[in-house]
Design a protein around this ligand. Structure first.
Ligand code: AMP
Ligand code: ZN
Length: 430
């Protein structure tokens, strides 16, 4: 099923021609209207005519998160303020926010991409989407909302949290699809279990769109088996509209990145140089259709790689692999590089582990992993706990090459956050 078959199956040659044309006009647009890019291009002696092929994108300057903050609030706006119909800001946990502007065309374009994503996963009119992302300045909920309405789903703008109410809505309005973060999906699964609600028996859920934070295949499987849904990985970032940048199709082998809207590069996060085709690195994205706030070569900090083989679904837009982590999330513990997701993968593959965990770094270089149990019935069965703890330590050590201290906690001990979960607490002295 396609929302827009013509665009979704454009031949590679046509797609690349379109990209080149759009890249050139985007450069022209920002060079005319955005002093930040004017200056950057002038420093490099670049004009739109400098872009003769897609490879020439490498001559353009990168845009970083810091650039967005430094130019806050209006520095990257490329249209008249009267042409902006919506503002979003990033959910950034630290420092100044980043402002994102949408023109009428941008709002429609973002909704259109969501429409492609939803139809691609086999939902449509008659489906009921419970949108549990945060409404407001964050792009996560609103962009999904508009796209889902465009397709004709019934949208329940539930927002995050308040699990009691989420359950009620799911039951009363027969929710078939929901959209949330992996951490909240796991929490919800636990919540339903504690209330004696069996999703397969008592609810009508079919599919879940899970994104906004990195998660592993193990977490996907845990959500799928606990909630009886098929989980689709949904990737996006506020700087590039929000959700709908890349999404899994029914084959669920990587996420199609909509290449008529975004030009993708994968670079070495340290040097910014391109990595060999198909290899892992930092994803860099350039907007190709945005009007109010086009961004050239945005350093996402997200680590992934491009799948080079065509997808059996027939879409020609290339797929990216699951994000393995953010360049900024890498931890160095006793000289070893590790990503929080490696820990998550091990924990979520163990049925005795519940939905939540935290990673603490303390003292000189001590790694402490706090893990919630799936079931309170472990209480009192000391030998089980000791064995489980030993197993987790061993599995983590084998995977990370660092031996952690593992603390087991009863279900519900760790706080549940309403947006993105905070998992890592680095309180090291050095
Ligand atoms: P925000 O701008 O607040 O929407 O956050 C965007 C960031 O969330 C991305 O740059 C990624 O680091 C992360 N993110 C969003 N979706 C996913 C996903 N499906 N898998 C991994 N990370 C994700
Ligand atoms: Zn596909």
């Amino acid at each position: 099923m396609f929302w827009d078959k013509e665009w979704e199956t454009l031949s590679r040659a046509e797609l690349e021609q379109w990209q080149l044309r759009r890249l050139r006009s985007t450069v022209q647009h920002v060079a005319r209207h955005v002093p930040f890019y004017q200056q950057k291009c002038a420093e490099r002696g670049l004009g739109a005519r400098a872009i003769l092929s897609l490879k020439d994108i490498r001559r353009l300057p990168f845009t970083t998160r810091e650039d967005l903050r430094a130019t806050y609030p209006f520095g990257l706006l490329a249209v008249d303020r009267a042409d902006v119909i919506r503002l979003h800001t990033s959910s950034g946990t630290t420092g100044k926010p980043k402002a994102m502007f949408f023109s009428k065309k941008d709002v429609a374009g973002a909704a259109d991409l969501i429409a492609r994503c939803l139809v691609m996963t086999g939902v449509g009119r008659g489906d009921v989407l419970q949108n549990m992302m945060t409404y407001g300045l964050f792009t996560g909920a609103l962009v999904m909302h508009y796209g889902a309405e465009k397709v004709g789903l019934m949208v329940i703008p539930a927002g995050p949290g308040n699990s009691e109410r989420q359950c009620l809505l799911m039951q009363d309005f027969r929710t078939t699809v929901f959209h949330t973060t992996p951490s909240y999906a796991l929490y919800l699964a636990q919540f339903l279990k504690e209330r004696g609600i069996d999703p397969r028996r008592d609810l009508s859920l079919r599919k879940a769109y899970i994104g906004a934070e990195p998660y592993s295949d193990e977490t996907r499987r845990k959500i799928e088996s606990a909630l009886g849904v098929k989980v689709y990985n949904s990737y996006g970032l506020s700087e590039m509209n929000g959700p709908g940048v890349a999404f899994e199709c029914e084959h669920q082998q990587g996420m199609h990145l909509w290449e008529d809207h975004f030009l993708i590069e994968i670079v070495d996060p340290a040097t910014g140089n391109p990595v060999p085709d198909g290899e892992e690195g930092e994803m860099v994205l350039t907007t190709l259709r945005r009007e109010a706030m086009p961004i050239l070569r945005y350093r996402t900090r997200d680590i992934t790689s491009v799948i080079r083989t065509p997808c059996p679904c027939g879409r020609t837009h290339r797929r990216i692999r699951r994000i393995t982590g953010r360049a900024d999330d890498m931890l160095i513990v006793r000289g070893v590089n590790l990503y929080p997701q490696q820990i998550e993968r091990v924990l979520m593959s163990l049925p005795a582990v519940g939905h939540s965990y935290q990673i603490h770094l303390e003292g000189l270089d001590e790694l402490i992993v706090k893990v919630e149990l799936a079931d309170a019935s472990f209480d009192g069965r000391v030998e089980h706990l000791v064995n489980l703890q030993r197993e987790i330590v061993e599995r983590l050590r084998a995977d990370l090459l660092v031996k952690p201290r593992v603390e087991l906690l009863p279900p519900g001990s760790l706080p549940v956050s309403e947006g993105k979960a905070k998992r890592v607490f680095d309180k090291r002295i050095l």
